[in-house]
Design a protein. Structure first.
Length: 380
């Protein structure tokens, strides 16, 4: 098949949404399909020699999002490209299959407000993309279905555009960051990384990872960890990975737990950190993907998360046992109790067995299978 995949900014960051897009394209190419990626910008097209990329501009200025301009530019491009099926990961770009990874959740404060706040709500690009989702479902005859990769994502989409219910598909997502197939190599990775991080065999490693300390409850996770250590659990260690870890370092010093944490910048080798971790922690207040949960489960590691975190529904095994803990609030006290519980060896090993039972269902190839079948369904 000739498949067109559309997205916003293609950047080579492990953990970025763009990695899901480009890796899906590569897997399609490996299966014999012809793939073209349409995007606003691409940081370096030479990094993707096996993919044809059409970009609106050559450089992304800051973190700007111009969904209306992207919508106007991409529409004619998508219409003129010969293809059998098209998949868009951004609601501003029309396609046969829409997976809106950005823009359909305007945030907790939906009140119009007054003055400048009212103006900000009107021009908020996330709100504009939400309107575009509804526009596609009403007017775009090409649109065949809208895909949600988690229950939280499906709920958010239905809240923003109730009219999509008739064409909504739920396809469980997966991350291309996954463990090596050889058990021996995974164990070797674990031992090497724990040695580099100066972690003893008897210590329990909690891992938190996100793009920024301000996202996915990084500060709350750190406060919960400090309370865990203070309550008499010196064997606990916390590894935190993000683009700018220094604010977390300052907070750890204030909380007097800086000797028990390891701070690393966002790395291209997240699979090494996941191999070294015993428990993942992601206390998100709002989440639509659940990518970190997918990755922890793929590595056979239990997680600690909140009911608001996407992907939490994937943490129940075939026997309905839970691979970790799901707390109802992102408060530090609740997270501390969950961390203390999983520091107990019998409880942690039971959660790990459940996570290991779930792990085969988190392979990225299964997600590619589902997307390929969906593309064939809507192929011209």
């Amino acid at each position: 098949m000739r498949i067109v995949i559309a997205y916003e900014h293609v950047r080579r960051f492990v953990g970025a949404h763009a990695q899901l897009v480009t890796e899906l394209g590569r897997r399609f190419v490996q299966r014999g399909h012809e793939v073209t990626i349409v995007c606003d910008t691409v940081t370096d097209p030479d990094l993707y020699p096996d993919l044809r990329i059409i970009a609106r501009r050559t450089f992304q200025s800051g973190a700007s999002h111009r969904p209306l301009m992207l919508h106007r530019w991409a529409g004619p491009v998508m219409r003129d490209l010969p293809c059998d099926a098209s998949i868009s990961f951004h609601a501003a770009i029309p396609a046969d299959i829409l997976i809106p990874t950005f823009g359909f959740a305007p945030g907790p404060d939906r009140r119009p407000g007054r003055g400048a706040r009212r103006l900000l709500n009107i021009v908020d690009p996330r709100r504009l993309v939400s309107l575009l989702v509804g526009l596609h479902t009403r007017r775009d005859r090409r649109l065949g279905c809208v895909v949600a990769l988690s229950d939280a994502m499906a709920d958010a989409l239905l809240d923003e555009a109730p009219g999509i219910e008739r064409m909504l598909r739920r396809i469980p997502g997966a991350s291309p960051v996954e463990p090596p197939l050889e058990d021996g190599k995974a164990l070797q990775q674990r031992q090497e990384v724990r040695e580099i991080l100066d972690i003893d065999p008897g210590q329990v490693v909690f891992l938190w990872a996100a793009k920024s300390p301000a996202l996915k409850g990084g500060r709350t996770a750190l406060r919960a960890f400090a309370e865990t250590v203070e309550s008499g659990h010196p064997q606990a260690r916390l590894v935190m990975a993000c683009e700018d870890p220094w604010p977390l370092h300052d907070l750890a010093v204030d909380l007097r737990c800086d000797e028990q944490i390891r701070l690393v910048s966002r790395t291209r080798e997240m699979e090494h950190l996941l191999s070294a971790a015993d428990v993942g922690i992601i206390p998100a207040v709002r989440s639509m993907f659940g990518r970190f949960i997918w990755e922890c489960l793929a590595f056979g590691a239990p997680g600690i998360t909140t009911t608001a975190t996407a992907g939490a529904e994937r943490m129940r095994g075939p026997d309905q046992r839970l691979a970790g803990r799901i707390v109802s609030t992102a408060r530090a006290e609740a997270l501390r109790d969950a961390m203390v519980g999983l520091l107990e060896q019998p409880q942690r090993e039971a959660a790990q067995r459940t996570a290991q039972a779930i792990a085969p269902s988190m392979r990225f190839e299964l997600f590619v299978d589902r997307m390929e079948a969906l593309a064939r369904e809507f192929a011209c």
